[in-house]
Design a protein around this ligand. Structure first.
Ligand SMILES: [Zn+2]
Length: 756
């Protein structure tokens, strides 16, 4: 195999020039003395991380397909286990038994007006050596699709969001009894069959349009890095009720767990679904008649996009082997010296859809290098204050199976002991992005100031901050960013292994990734390979090294800080913004529906619609009533006061020269800090989604991936159920008040420790 010269070897030998210490004088959570030793260990750690080791980890882990249930998935887990043990971790594999469907039958054919049979395969490429491992590759499919055999007219539904179906309604087009074809993009793929079924469709095809990640973006693989006409995005289409094993919601999928029947599992789709390439989609889209698709529905295939229905008529057949398969989570522990019962957790998944060089091995390879160097520090005399736990998750791709089942199994212990969970998944070239709970925002910003961007030699903090300003949409947003002394931390919903920690267990969470400058993507394809990654992404693994340095330094800070390095001011500010967004959204709906009503009465739609291209006016909607947000606003006001009180205590601590606190004071303070984020939980969960306990951080039921903060209220608002939305306000307010009370306790502890 021909690979690029090892530029990383050269870079790794360059002396690491320290960033000016004045940029970052104090360390949150550290007394002055400990901070000095800490910086020495951190410097050793950062210097120890090797890009070449990350490359070799990737070569090994992505050498063969390693999906759930495959031989190499288990082989990788055992190899990872052996690595952790060799680095001095107390490591083991925890096994769960999960429902994991694999393809039995896949047929897609166009029957009218012409005949075409979709290939449903990604061919091997001579340039990409692992693409020829056909015997071990999972065929292209969407996991947790219902079995079905349907024949019906075809309708193009754009991304298949709820808004897209409203547009179809206005065109007078129904998908009842039809098979829909949706393009990938705009939210979680599992939403597409869910919404299609809710509108009466009987089958769903999802394709990769070249406008999204193919030749419209850049040269296609293997000449360039973008998805070729034959590239297919596999992926789970599990419904959004709960993540994890469909048969064991809320409890660990241990061998003897009580299981639902497959028929009872609410997260399996209602209709059959199949993903296809743009090459397979082209004849289907070309055969559609009916109205020309709205302008922003058109992709980059060489046809005029029509909506249908028909005359294209298609036959879709999907059947799976519904097997229970073992998954292997590798759990590796370094026991803490002083606070062994407080856990700092770190994770990245190891399973992939196929070879998965980028997703997830780019993250896994960096995490392992991080753990190797921590092991080396340990051998050289460093022992963490708290217990450090590294987790290599299995089964993330089908539905966060490994992390969800593990958290469900250990939730009582986690809620007692877990300080935080730091996640990564895929990594690439570019800017640091940090998502999670904003109580960790000051910490991650401090660390990002200490890590150098490998290509520009700016700190990764500065580069992320300036890219934020470049991308800001309004002058207000830009000026807000310029005023900040920390990186804004984006709220997370779901989409990777942090989900159960944050949404189910109420644990402070971070997710780190570099990206934005890769030359393409082969997401969930056989071409997401070592060859692709080393030619089109972080080719010399310097951003892998930057990820290991950043995440590892966050781990060191969290593990060693005499008191847990959190600051609640950015979080209280963010939650205030989420509440303000609820009010803005309500006002927008009120204005929009009032205007719509007026225009209907004035006859605006009747007068402006082209009589030859009939479309219906949007349906009149009653103007939403005012919602009483007062209980929530009062609670958030209280939270902001409590957060400010704790920040003031931190400032006093620094003003006093960051003195060493006594063991009893630290014990009380840390116990109270650890409890703060549990306050945001409500044991009953969100209405209609009881698995999601966190009242601030959750994904949307119809968007997925990104956060829908304050989902209990916001989800009902988005569904125009205003009374139900208002009914949720007190419950969220109560959770916010609980968290504020916990912060007050911590503030009191720190104030008492500092009192003369
Ligand atoms: Zn992943």
């Amino acid at each position: 195999m021909k690979i690029r010269p090892l530029l990383s070897t050269v870079l790794a030998c360059l002396p690491l020039v320290a960033l000016p210490a004045t940029e970052n004088p104090a360390l949150l959570g550290y007394d002055a003395g400990t901070a000095v030793t800490q910086r020495e260990w951190e410097r050793k750690f950062q210097e120890g991380v090797s890009a070449d080791h990350i490359r070799e980890n990737m070569r090994r882990l992505s050498a063969r397909p390693h999906h759930v249930g495959s031989a190499y998935d288990k082989d990788n887990a055992e190899w990872i286990l052996a690595q952790f043990k060799s680095w001095g971790f107390d490591a083991k594999i925890e096994t769960f038994q999960v429902l994991f469907p694999t393809p039995k039958t896949r047929v897609l054919e166009l029957l009218q007006p012409t005949r075409f049979r979709a290939s449903l395969r990604e061919p091997a490429l001579a340039a990409d050596p692992t693409s020829g491992q056909t015997a071990e590759q999972l065929p292209t499919y969407n996991a947790y699709s219902a079995d079905g055999d349907v024949t019906a007219p075809l309708v193009y539904v754009n991304y298949g969001s709820r808004e897209d179906y409203e547009a179809l309604d206005r065109l007078g087009i129904s998908v009842k009894g039809a098979i829909v074809i949706a393009r990938y993009g705009e939210g979680w793929r599992g939403i597409k069959p869910k919404v299609a079924a809710e509108h009466g469709a009987i089958g769903c095809i999802i394709y990769s349009d070249p406008a999204g990640d193919g030749y419209f973006q850049g040269d296609a693989y293997p000449g360039g890095g973008w998805r070729s006409k034959q590239g297919v995005q596999r992926g789970s289409v599990m419904d959004t009720d709960y993540p994890g094993d469909p048969l064991t919601p809320g409890v660990g999928a241990t061998a003897d767990a009580k299981r639902l029947s497959i028929a009872e599992a609410r997260t399996i789709t209602k209709i059959p679904v199949l993903p296809i390439s743009s090459g397979d989609a082209l004849p289907l889209l070309a055969a559609l008649g009916g109205p020309v698709a709205p302008k922003d529905w058109r992709g980059a295939l060489p046809v005029t996009y029509h909506v249908g229905p028909g005359p294209a008529r298609v036959h879709l057949q999907v059947a799976s082997h519904w097997d229970i398969k073992p998954i292997y989570d590798v759990i590796a522990t370094l026991h803490g010296a002083d606070e062994a019962d407080h856990w700092v957790l770190r994770g990245n998944h190891h399973d992939a859809w196929v070879n998965g060089a980028e997703d997830p091995i780019s993250g896994q390879a960096a995490m392992l290098e991080e753990a190797r160097v921590l092991g080396a520090l340990h051998a050289a005399g460093w022992t963490p204050r708290r217990t450090v736990i590294y987790c290599a998750w299995d089964g993330e791709e089908p539905g966060l199976l490994g992390s969800v089942e593990w958290v469900e199994t250990h939730v009582a212990d986690l809620q007692k002991h877990a300080v935080s969970y730091l996640n990564s998944d895929s990594n690439g070239r570019g800017f640091l992005s940090a998502g999670g709970t904003q109580d960790l925002g000051v910490l991650v910003s401090e660390v990002a100031r200490d890590i150098r961007d490998p290509e520009t030699r700016l700190s990764v903090y500065e580069r992320a901050r300036l890219s934020g300003i470049a991308e800001a949409k309004t002058p207000q947003e830009r000026s807000d960013l310029r005023k900040r002394a920390d990186l804004p931390i984006e709220a997370l919903g779901d989409g990777s292994d942090f989900t159960a920690f944050q949404d189910f267990a109420g644990i402070s969470t971070l997710d780190l990734e570099f990206g934005g400058e890769e030359a393409g993507t082969q997401y969930h394809s056989i071409y997401d390979s070592f060859y692709w990654y080393t030619h089109f992404s972080d080719t010399n693994f310097v951003y892998g090294r930057a990820l290991a340095q950043s995440a590892g330094t966050v781990m060191l800070r969290l593990a060693d800080a005499p008191f847990i390095p959190v600051d609640y001011a950015p979080q209280a500010e963010a939650i205030g913004k989420y509440e303000a967004e609820l009010e803005t959204s309500l006002k927008q709906s009120q204005d929009e529906f009032a205007e719509r009503d007026l225009e209907i009465q004035e006859g605006v739609f009747a007068a402006t619609v082209d009589p030859r291209k009939p479309s219906l006016p949007p349906p009149a909607e009653p103007v939403p009533p005012f919602i009483d947000f007062a209980p929530l606003k009062n609670a958030i006001g209280g939270l902001q006061r409590s957060a400010a009180r704790y920040s003031r205590a931190l400032a006093t601590y620094r003003a006093q020269g960051s003195p060493t606190l006594g063991a009893p004071a630290l014990k009380k303070l840390n116990a109270d800090l650890l409890a703060v984020s549990r306050g945001f939980l409500n044991a009953n969960g969100l209405p209609e989604r009881p698995w999601f306990k966190n009242q601030i951080y959750a994904p949307g039921a119809y968007t997925g991936y990104g956060a829908k903060p304050i989902a209990a209220v916001r989800e009902y608002m988005d569904q125009r159920q205003w009374t139900k939305a208002e009914g949720q306000v007190p419950q969220v307010a109560k959770a916010v008040t609980n968290a504020a009370a916990n912060i007050d306790k911590a503030a009191e502890d720190l104030e008492a420790a500092l009192a003369p």
